[in-house]
Ligand binder design. Structure first.
Ligand SMILES: C[S@@+](CC[C@H](N)C(=O)[O-])C[C@H]1O[C@@H](n2cnc3c(N)ncnc32)[C@H](O)[C@@H]1O
Length: 234
């Protein structure tokens, strides 16, 4: 039987774990398209939070963050425009029903342009093409809202990848989102997370990448930022 490797703290800026979840249980739902690898969240919570801290995921998807919070005795708070399960509340990440400066850590894995169809909700940011300004204007509002609800001197992890579609211009979403984060937060580090999704296991995708002279997305960015507000300025 396939045995998952040991879950341990990462010490370099290149992270790899060949499974969406760790241990015998699942965190979130690996069948949910776009589920975050739970070891990424586990590593962030180990480093940047303490037991009973409030951890917010404003785009919670299948609830991976909430399950990692349970494992580590953190208080998870999950919102999504299209809640997937009962412990996730419906809200737009641009307008969260929570007080300013009330959370200890934020993890967010937003849609990366129009790659996946998440829901029919017209407010879903996954309906906005990153080749237009609309996607980044919406993400700027999400980042501003995260800044509002996060306590000072606390951290955020944003997980993202660039967007490439055959026949369309390349969209460097990672760099663009980093610029938006930089407007408000102080950079702490940038991690490259090796992707292990099903697409990358299909031989014909690799053949097409060679024939079409393009690259498949092999990694995600993990931007780690800190809120540092001194007298109203960041
Ligand atoms: C990449 S998925 C998150 C995956 C999640 N971390 C997991 O492990 O399952 C992005 C999520 O953003 C949500 N979303 C899109 N627009 C939103 C908005 N305006 N407000 C809140 N959530 C939104 C989608 O419904 C989707 O669940």
């Amino acid at each position: 039987m396939y045995k998952k490797p040991k879950l341990e703290l990462q010490t370099t800026t290149l992270w790899e774990y060949p499974s969406q979840h760790y241990g015998p249980k699942e965190q979130g739902d690996k069948a949910y398209r776009g589920a975050t690898p739970s070891y990424v969240i586990w590593n962030l919570l180990q480093r940047y939070t303490r037991e009973t801290d409030v951890v917010l995921d404003p785009m919670c998807g299948s609830g991976t963050t909430l399950d990692v919070c349970k494992d580590l005795n953190r208080r998870g708070l999950g919102f999504d425009i299209a809640p997937y399960r009962k412990d996730i509340a419906k809200a737009d990440a641009r307008n969260l029903p929570i007080k300013s400066e009330s959370v200890d850590f934020v993890f967010v894995d937003p849609p990366y342009s129009t790659h996946l169809e998440y829901s029919d909700d017209p407010q879903c940011i996954g309906k906005l093409d990153a080749r237009t300004g609309e996607y980044f204007a919406a993400m700027d509002e999400v980042i501003a809202e995260i800044f509002r609800v996060l306590k000072n001197r606390r951290y955020i992890g944003l997980y993202a990848t660039d967007s490439f579609k055959k026949g369309k211009p390349f969209s460097p979403i990672g760099f663009e989102l980093f610029q938006l984060l930089r407007k408000r937060f102080k950079p702490v580090d940038i991690v490259s997370v090796v992707r292990h999704n099903r697409t990358l296991k299909r031989r014909h995708w690799h053949t097409s990448a060679i024939e079409g002279n393009y690259f498949l997305r092999g990694f995600n960015y993990l931007f780690i930022m800190k809120k540092e507000q001194i007298g109203g300025l960041c």
